[in-house]
Design a protein around this ligand. Sequence first.
Ligand code: UD1
Length: 430
Amino acid sequence: MEHIIISGNKPLKGRVDISGAKNAAVAIIPATLCAGGVHTIENLPQIEDVRNYITVLESMGASCEFLDDHTMRVDARNVSSTVNMPENLKGMRASYYLIGSLLGRFKKAVVPMPGGCNFGSRPIDQHIKGFEALGAEVIQEHGSIFVTAERLVGTKIYLDVASVGATINIMMAAVYAEGETILENCAKEPHIVDCANFLNMCGANIKGAGTGVMRITGVTPTDMKDRDYTIIPDQIEAGTYMIAAAVTGGEVTVRRVIPKHMEALSAKLQEMGCDVFAGDDWIKVRGKEELKPTTVTTLYYPGFPTDLQPQMTALLTQGNGTSYVTETVFENRFQYIDQLARLGAKVKIEGRMAVIEGQARLTGADVTATDLRAGACLVVAALAAEGNTQISNVHYIDRGYENLEEKLTALGANIRRISDGEPPLVALEA
Ligand code: UD1
């Protein structure tokens, strides 16, 4: 087991290049199966979730070849519609995209039930509702989902919740459906647009991605062409570094980002008193000695992303008053608060709201990441804390952050990774 050790209380300074978006990558990789053919995907982040997805694709007969660290050619011509998920990957959340992509291409998919980060019940009823509306029969038994259709026929589908996963999944299932599929109340997140752009570049006919209504006109597999596609930058990784700059009173430029994707966070950082400057593909955040408190409510895009809620909560412990964070997307996403409290945060949970007392004195301690963004929250808090923090369950953080230690070290952080058995809290000079 590995741990991250951070000796904090040091302003971060410099520039950091943001990797490709995790949530776009884990949609576009399975979308290559839907498209069929041979495709080259550029700007793939080197993270655990991507490596795991590649393992799954290979186990299905796809060939995945890295042309460089971030560019992969996928040959998806000969893949099976049954996913024999390697045992250790059975809990993978984004495996649900295999259902839509295989159903679209083969009218048949057998996929183990998806797992995922440990917050809320995370149902997939909206995905299933969409598949059934297109004409598929969906059976869940023995831990797998069996989906088959004689024909897939376009229709109007209204999502009861604007689910990212359901939007992408139904979109993929509808690529070859006869006629037009109209998806209403769909999610608008940037990675939905990215996945639609990839499929459209290959020959699909998807209109309205990024708005609340999408129209997918069915094409035939022979319309699809082999393509090169570049994944967008990771909104959440960029946001994590912006928050890290603010919490340490530092000055950091995140490069290779789409500033429009960061507007909700930039606005909140400005409300807290930070300076935020944006160019074409960069944002600079300058923290301040004194930060103001604020209120944050997580929402679907373009609202404040739930995936930045834990990191933002860590930052708000340093406001000069009480802040309020309301989580509306997931029902149980404050599980990390106990760990944050070990570092000195004073947070009370009242239903879906966290009440955060400001000006907490954060001091290093042993803490455990309970999921990916909870891990990022602890990293942010540790960067501001006096003394050494040791974070366990690093595998969660590795799911979504490429070269975290290298990137933070380049910004002046005192951080390293140790394995079990190495001396723990003396590993870094304070
Ligand atoms: C995706 C992101 C995740 C992010 C989340 C919200 C990926 C791989 N993951 O997750 O990082 O935190 O969006 O921005 O892109 N829901 C239902 N029924 C369904 C589907 C969802 O009730 O069939 C509910 C969920 O319980 C949740 C809400 O809808 O309360 C949003 O979930 P959803 O947008 O589907 O999240 P994911 O796609 O799982």
